[in-house]
Design a protein around this ligand. Structure first.
Ligand SMILES: Nc1ncnc2c1ncn2[C@@H]1O[C@H](COP(=O)(O)OP(=O)(O)O)[C@@H](O)[C@H]1O
Ligand SMILES: [Mg+2]
Length: 369
């Protein structure tokens, strides 16, 4: 009898991190224990259409029409969780295949931001990672900072600016940036990742250009004080009880860790683990756990910090609820350096998904009759 659980590994997606997601998913599918799980590869094209089958990953990677992959849609009926797959034999026919749990290996918009997590909730499926609230909070750099501050965590001094405010009071905002933030200043779209739309502005002219650029991506922006610091990251795993990994350091090859330095230029360095001394390391781990709990994350997250070069103070920059997961990505490397190797990490995340689902199933959704 086949006792293996069917795990849908979902990859690709509509965000700018499509390719990164494919790389992460390839490593994860290689590492999943096939004695315990049967892998159902599910690809999301850049246009948002879904496909499944043994060829799904290659057709996205090579951007060609799939041969051994078919159109698929997720069923949102929790009494029969699974996929409806377009039949290759019957014209206009669909076949149904069950799914037991999901590993969404998607980064950024429509993958890491609570939208697809809402679909899994509707479908009643266990899934790896954070729920709707933590995913969307972890995507919004302004909202996450409110919760971090509430939890007593240090964040970078910043202003939050909406499109309409900028269009109507540009001069006032320029004065405020000059007084409260100073230059250089970082301008960021509130909801994005991979450094897309982020600029470092050295003066007010550059700030105007930076705001216009960021407004192409979002109606809400952050203008942040520049921190002259090292970039330290730390992994977290767990649900209500969580553990932090040993920290690592990113050494960007550009002026800052922009898109080019992250994905296109291999001169950026990762140091894992980074030796910071036990006091600093413990502080980073403790802050990571607090940041994870502040947004009510689940499963996994990577928390990114600045370590101020002048006074060694630690500042929380952001949390990523679905961090890069190739076998050379920071998150798995930091856990490997902490004694949890890649395949064991993947296995644990799948277990955590089921544990969280079972616990939430045990809660009442209405008062007893
Ligand atoms: N306030 C800041 N001071 C110094 N560098 C910053 C600041 N904010 C962002 N950066 C640089 O820009 C990069 C991307 O910013 P980040 O907020 O992490 O956005 P993303 O979600 O796109 O990764 C950081 O890794 C860092 O190199
Ligand atoms: Mg970042």
């Amino acid at each position: 009898m086949n006792q293996r659980k069917r795990v849908a590994v979902i990859f690709g997606g509509r965000s700018g991190e499509h390719i990164v997601s494919l790389r992460s998913a390839s490593s994860i599918m290689e590492a999943i224990d096939q004695e315990k799980y049967e892998i159902v590869p599910v690809g999301i094209n850049r246009d948002g259409s879904w496909l499944t089958g043994p060829d799904a990953w290659f057709s996205l990677w090579e951007n060609r029409r799939p041969e051994k992959a078919s159109t698929a849609v997720m069923v949102t009926d929790p009494t029969r969780p699974g996929l409806l797959i377009k039949s290759s034999e019957k014209a206009n026919g669909w076949v149904f295949e069950t799914i037991d749990l999901v590993f969404p290996v998607l980064h950024g918009t429509c993958g890491e931001d609570g939208t697809i997590q809402g679909l899994f909730e509707m479908a009643g499926l266990p899934y790896v990672g954070s729920g709707v609230l933590a995913s969307s909070t972890g995507m919004d750099k302004a909202v996450m900072k409110v919760l971090f501050k509430e939890a007593g965590l240090p964040v970078v001094p910043h202003l939050v600016l909406y499109r309409e405010q900028w269009l109507s009071h540009q001069g006032m905002w320029l004065d405020q940036v000059q007084e409260e933030i100073g230059y250089p200043a970082f301008v960021k779209p509130a909801n994005l990742g991979s450094s897309v739309g982020i600029s470092k502005a050295y003066d007010s002219q550059a700030l105007i250009a930076a705001v216009e650029e960021a407004l192409l991506y979002d109606h809400k922006l952050l203008i942040e004080q520049h921190v002259e610091g090292r970039e330290i990251e730390c992994g977290v795993i767990g649900n209500r009880e969580v553990t932090a990994s040993r920290p690592g350091e990113v050494i960007p090859c550009n002026d800052f860790y922009d898109y080019r330095a992250k994905y296109l230029d291999d001169r950026s360095g990762l140091v894992v683990p980074v030796e910071l001394g036990s006091d600093l390391e413990n502080k980073i781990k403790e802050y990571s756990v607090r940041a994870f709990q502040a947004i009510e994350a689940a499963g996994l997250a990577r928390v990114d910090f600045f370590l101020n070069r002048s006074d060694q103070s630690v500042i929380v920059n952001e949390i990523n609820t679905l961090p890069g997961f190739t076998n050379i990505s920071m998150y798995p490397k930091m856990f490997a350096a902490s004694g949890l190797k890649y395949s064991a990490l993947v296995d644990r995340l799948l277990e955590l998904a089921v544990e969280r689902h079972q616990y939430r199933q045990s809660l009442l959704s209405a008062p007893p009759e």
